[in-house]
Design a binder for this molecule. Sequence first.
Ligand code: NDP
Length: 400
Amino acid sequence: MRSTRRLIVLGSTGSIGENTLTVVRHLAREESIAFEVVGLAAARNGAALAAQARELGPLAVALADVNAALPDLPTGIRIHRGPTAAVELVKETARPGDLVLAAIVGSAGIAPVLAAIEMGCDIALANKEALVAAGAIVTARARERGVRIIPVDSEHSAIAQCLRSGDPAAEVRRIVLTASGGPFRQASVETIERATLADALKHPTWTMGQKVTIDSATMMNKALEIVEAHWLFGLDAERIDAIVHPASIVHSFVEFVDGSVIAQMSPPDMRLPIQFALTWPRRAPLCCTPLDWASLRTLDFHPIDHQRFPAVALAGQVIRAGGTSGAILNGANEAAVEAFVAGRIRFGQISRLVAAALAAIPAVPALTLNDVSGADSAARAFVASEISPNLPKWRCSTQA
Ligand code: NDP
């Protein structure tokens, strides 16, 4: 039996957060691997947060939305409320050596991740936006504090596993991230342009939160993941590729210098990479149904169609430009996705708005969190002005 590790789950009421708690229960019940959940953070789903707190008895909870209802909690659980609640929870609750599962969606996750690193915690990272927008700062502080950033994203978990087969610094030719292709894998440019929110949310293989599901539909998710891989594995843009693999069985692969290719395969179930991040670097017995080899007839791969999915190429642009370009990409994408969900822009405009933001806003060195938040704000303001009827000059550049 291993010793109990303290765990804080940021974004505990979301898709990754809920799956994380399922894995925690599985490990405790089946494998005698115990986690003490000491902190839980969410944005506005107070009912779910309270239910989790009643079950798990954390030391503290955080709820970002001050207006959201939070049912009564057992006495003794500290409550943090407001936009900085997750950061306060981390600062008050975390101890060096704890594990923080970072699954807040979007750039709201950056400050809590940095706070956890400062506290000396290892990070199991699902919140890819933290690396896309602030990768230089997050990875530098993690190195300085001597903490690990363990990938939760299935593609990056796969690459981390494949890299155990060779010397990551000397023997890797390139890494290839797989992509399901999302709901519009076979759709025409015209269909993609006018896709509805309901269309965009019908992901063929994964059940995820709304924002990442829309990112998968534009394939902006793959751009974010390529930038994430750049920061996690220290590779330049030329050595990170992506390919469509509709079955989502091969989660990514590494080509080594001798031509060997090592791939990681498993069912498309996020509980698996989550479990591996929790038990890293060791494996624990299965948390989900294994692959059925008898029913697996083909594994097909297709090149990405950059005409229909222009978002993917933005990753290389961002990696090469460096500085705050990742924050611009991420901020513009978050704003454009919000505008699409609100019915203010067409689906096809999301990627064009992000590309236009990158072209219009100069990247500067990302030395501090202020540089990152400045670029994020500029990108959001740019997208707002683009879709405002009062500012026609922006509209000209992005309308179909
Ligand atoms: P969800 O939308 O399902 O969940 C987001 C979580 O973040 C919720 O718990 C939400 O709380 C919480 N949250 C949002 N804003 C704040 C805030 N300011 N402070 C505290 N908590 C906040 O998203 P997912 O779980 O799908 O995704 C989470 C992250 O993981 C994303 O970065 C995504 O890209 C990444 N990821 C997700 C995968 C998946 O399969 N879902 C796969 C790989 C990566 P509330 O419920 O109260 O709104």
